[in-house]
Design a protein around this ligand. Structure first.
Ligand code: CAO
Length: 549
């Protein structure tokens, strides 16, 4: 027994990315057992082990870019017969490693040519499992045209040139014949020996097609060869690429770009193969809320919990019901609440603020408020107090950056107010609260509530908040746990004030106490930040003269 390395064999030049690793330290592997899957933008290939034995070290990670000779893993080899220099080639013998139709060689005349794209050598007898284009489609060179499949491999046949699809000779389910035409492309500005400009020679399409036919592709060697990896090669997907996902490289790449986990996408293609439309529809369903958010690809920040959805219930089996369509705002609120609840680790802290003095001050201002035409509820005072606390505790005026590794420190103080409107819950934002006086805030507060209740808020009126106040004080309740309005850092829940006995050091005194609950994003701030903010806030509410300090 000796420790030997298994390296990347000849993969046709260039680099390929590891998309799957099927071995781990301690695994006992067999000769030619698939150990990793490499992928370029056009091809996926299983890399088999050149050695049998026990894996002692894996030197690569998913996402690494590898090229020929790079070490994949070390193995305590059984016997020392093979070494990495004698690695079996990545494509298995039975699998075709076909090559796509070559682009037409530039030789003589130019014009509009009709180019037939033919079944690549080695792919005869394969089944057409997906036709990815339609007549009239404009394609770029290397765009995938059809997907062929044998019992061992799937392959995408790319366009040899950019052009327009003028006819398609195959259907899903067809079995391909050697050299058979797959489809014809109208290609512009091509120089082809003996080529005929079809725009001037439509009467003889056959001749045009014949003369413009691409150079036959090079033969596929009988024995296994290096996998097709050049840009114009056919993508070969081993059936073992992933036990759970049935999709071609182009779809896998597309899914990765969209951040979609293919294992949860339902394939509608032949034998449940995942098509590009399946991925697009999946994303569309997530965006429109048809698909539960929990099954989306896990984000870098959350780690993804994979929450199972609630099974559907037929309520009519329990009695009569009415089914009311949700308003747009209610649907959005439902989505946002679920998103915020699932993504943000909430902590909620409770306290009672003494508003005895604030209330007597507010009541003393009522005549003046009437003269000014504003209604002075406790809310404008709370706005002012929250702004002061955000200024005094800047570590709390922050947001989690969407990259998950930065904190955004804000030099502005914009505060949202949750308003219960006939259409649903909306949160208009009052800007620069710290710079505004009480009367100005009271007037603006009335104005935005009026806009909110009459459905007059624009998207900009509801953006940019640092913090939200949600008051259920007029309705009652002793406390609640509000949900943070992402990307804001926190939300203050305000419940109904009531007279309570408070110990003043020598006796119990009746004081008007306002129950407050502060929910915050524990990714962005710690309990200590929240504690300092909350204590300062309560001190300002208890003695509004502190706002002058
Ligand atoms: N305790 C006792 N009384 C209170 C109070 C409190 N915490 N807050 C307000 N009040 C009183 C007001 O002073 C007013 O009485 P007066 O007319 O005698 O002064 C009365 O209750 C009615 O107030 P209001 O509702 O007209 O005004 P507001 O400023 O308190 O609230 C608004 C405005 C828009 C915040 C509120 O109407 C609203 O829509 N709240 C819903 C918030 C919500 O749904 N949040 C979601 C919950 S989950 O996050």
């Amino acid at each position: 027994m000796s420790i030997q390395t298994v390296s990347v064999p000849d993969i046709g030049g260039g680099e390929a990315e590891i998309i799957e690793i099927s071995v781990a330290v301690g695994d006992v592997i067999e000769l030619e057992q698939s150990v990793i899957v490499l992928e370029t933008d056009k091809a996926s290939m299983d890399i088999p082990s050149s050695l049998a034995g026990k894996v002692t070290k894996v030197s690569v990670n998913v996402g690494d870019k590898l090229s020929e000779g790079d070490v994949i893993f070390e193995v305590e080899a059984e016997g020392a017969a093979a070494d990495s220099e004698q690695a079996p080639e990545p494509a298995t013998k039975e699998e075709p490693a076909p090559v796509a139709a070559e682009p037409v060689e530039a030789v003589a005349t130019t014009g509009v040519q009709v180019v037939d794209v033919c079944v690549p050598e080695g792919a005869e007898g394969a089944e057409v499992i997906e036709v990815m284009v339609a007549v009239g489609d404009e394609v770029n060179a290397d765009d995938s045209l059809i997907v062929l499949e044998t019992d061992k491999a799937s392959m995408e046949v790319p366009a040899p040139n950019a052009g327009k699809v003028v006819s398609i000779a195959v259907n899903t389910g067809d079995t391909t014949a050697e050299g058979g035409v797959i489809l014809s492309l109208e290609v512009e500005g091509l120089e082809v020996e003996g080529g005929v400009d079809v725009s001037a020679s439509v009467a003889e399409p056959a001749a045009s097609q014949e003369s413009a036919k691409p150079t036959p592709p090079p033969a596929i060697p009988e024995t296994a060869s290096a996998p097709a990896t050049s840009d114009r090669d056919v993508a070969v997907i081993s059936a073992s690429q992933s036990k759970d996902v049935y999709a071609g490289p182009a779809i896998r790449k597309f899914a990765r770009e969209m951040g979609v986990n293919l294992t949860i996408v339902k394939g509608t293609g032949d034998r449940n193969r995942i098509t590009k439309d399946d991925v697009k529809n999946y994303v569309k369903d997530i965006m429109t809320g048809k698909q539960p958010l929990a099954s989306a690809a896990p984000s870098a920040i959350t780690g993804g919990a994979g929450i199972p959805s609630i099974p559907p219930v037929d309520f009519t089996q329990f009695g009569d019901i009415d089914l009311e369509p949700m308003t747009k705002i209610k649907k959005l609120t439902a989505q946002n609440m679920s998103r915020n609840w699932l993504n943000i680790p909430h902590v909620t802290q409770f306290d009672d603020a003494d508003i005895t003095d604030l209330e007597s001050f507010r009541k003393s201002l009522k005549p003046e408020a009437e003269k000014r035409g504003v209604k002075l509820t406790p809310l404008p005072f709370l706005l002012k107090a929250c702004a002061a606390a955000l200024v005094a505790e800047p570590s709390f005026n922050v947001s989690m950056h969407h990259d998950g590794v930065h904190i955004v420190h804000k030099k502005y103080v914009h505060i949202g107010i949750a308003v219960d409107s006939p259409a649903g819950l909306v949160v208009p934002v009052i800007r620069d609260v710290d710079k505004k006086g009480l009367w100005e805030l009271a007037a603006e507060f009335m104005e935005i509530i009026d806009k909110a209740r009459n459905g007059k808020l624009g998207p900009k009126d509801m953006q940019g908040g640092c913090f939200t106040i949600s008051s259920l004080g007029a309705m009652g309740g002793q406390g609640f746990t509000p949900i943070v309005n992402a990307p804001e850092v926190a939300i203050l829940g305000v419940s109904r004030a009531e007279m309570k006995p408070k110990w003043n050091g020598s006796e119990f005194e009746p004081r008007n106490m306002l129950p407050l609950s502060l929910s915050y994003d524990h990714r962005a701030v710690n309990g200590a930040d929240a504690g300092r903010f909350f204590t300062y806030l309560n001190s300002v509410i208890a003695d509004v003269r502190r706002l002058l300090l």
